[in-house]
Ligand binder design. Structure first.
Ligand SMILES: [Zn+2]
Length: 336
């Protein structure tokens, strides 16, 4: 594997404004370097706060050690700043793992060499730019409200179903957090007490029964010979009983989470994203049917269940959205 080699680069556009160079207006003030850091891939963009990417770089994550990863991130920031047509005034990162939001420290992140790493502080020192660090799930949730399926909606929930399950709930434009500004761990709501042990240590979390690997494992347990996630979806489309049942169970558990979140917060919109939702029409279709079956009549009437409109290639928008959230939070604190 090429740990730090550059993958094909593409300029991407999202939103209304046009990028530099085609004769139309560009917001020359306050560009953001927005970086989505995954365990295997990084998407970094020079972007406006309106979500328009002027330059995008995609690289394989230098995840072999801390020094290599920090050098890679600093290098990406420097390279994008060098191409900026105007001032860059912030760096924002969307990262997986457990965070201390106040200090921008990554406490731990699976598949990445961060352990109690003061990521925001280190990057700020190295680049001279103020730096915001937030969770990738909450960033993706906020991105739906700024640029995606929940655009213009002050109240919505987002659920991301991939190799894990994450997401968030936005009420009156504010992402809901727990004590100590902790992310709510929607993926670890328990829906199947007799179900498999979750990687978090609890039993029967929705992630342990409805995420991509869980669906495949359940189908195989029921007798499917599918070798991977794509194959189990094809098997379900063909009507194979084991695969069909695995998707039916997974969608029922997800529907339980949707209805429970609606009971707690009453978001009128649920946006679904993540790799499994993108790849599997069956899961989403069954999920909608299950929600209608389980929910009280008012929820069935009032709740819209939507798919994300943001393609996976625009994952850096999560970081732009985290930057906007941080600025809104500071403005609220300043006026309080
Ligand atoms: Zn769990």
């Amino acid at each position: 594997m090429v740990a730090s080699g550059e993958l094909p680069t593409a300029d991407a556009r999202v939103g209304e404004a046009q990028p530099e160079g085609n004769g139309r207006a560009v917001d020359r003030h306050g560009l953001v370097v927005a970086i989505d850091v995954g365990g295997s891939k990084i998407a970094a963009a020079l972007a406006t706060r309106g979500g328009v990417a002027l330059h995008v770089r995609r690289v394989a994550t230098a995840n072999e050690n801390l020094d290599a990863l920090m050098k890679q991130l600093t290098g990406l920031v420097d390279a994008l700043v060098a191409r900026a047509p105007g001032e860059v005034d912030a760096v924002a990162l969307a990262v997986p793992g457990t965070l201390d939001h106040d200090s921008g420290t990554v406490v731990a992140a699976a598949n990445l060499p961060w352990k109690n790493t003061p990521l925001a502080e280190v990057l700020r020192r190295r680049t001279g730019l103020r730096t915001t660090v937030g969770g990738d799930g909450e960033g993706a949730t906020l991105a739906e409200g700024h640029f995606g399926a929940a655009k213009g909606r002050p109240n919505y929930a987002c659920l991301l179903v991939g190799t894990g399950i994450g997401g968030g709930v936005v009420v009156d434009g504010v992402l809901q957090r727990g004590v100590g500004r902790r992310n709510p761990e929607i993926g670890h709501m328990i829906v199947s007490p007799q179900g498999p042990r979750c990687r978090c240590g609890a039993r029967g979390c929705v992630e342990a029964v409805s995420a991509g690997p869980a669906i495949l494992e359940r189908a195989r347990e029921l007798g499917s010979s599918a070798a991977d996630g794509a194959a189990v979806h094809v098997a379900a489309l063909r009507g194979e009983p084991a695969a069909t049942r695995a998707f039916a169970e997974a969608s029922e558990y997800l529907a339980m989470v949707v209805v429970s979140l609606w009971r707690l917060f009453e978001p009128p919109v649920f946006v679904f994203g993540g790799g499994v939702i993108a790849a599997s029409e069956i899961l989403f279709t069954r999920l909608r049917a299950k929600i209608a079956e389980l929910a009280p009549p008012r929820a069935s009437r009032e709740v819209a269940v939507l798919r994300t409109q943001l393609p996976a290639e625009t994952s850096f928008l999560a970081a732009v959205a985290l930057q906007l959230q941080e600025e809104a939070r500071k403005a609220r604190v300043a006026t309080a």
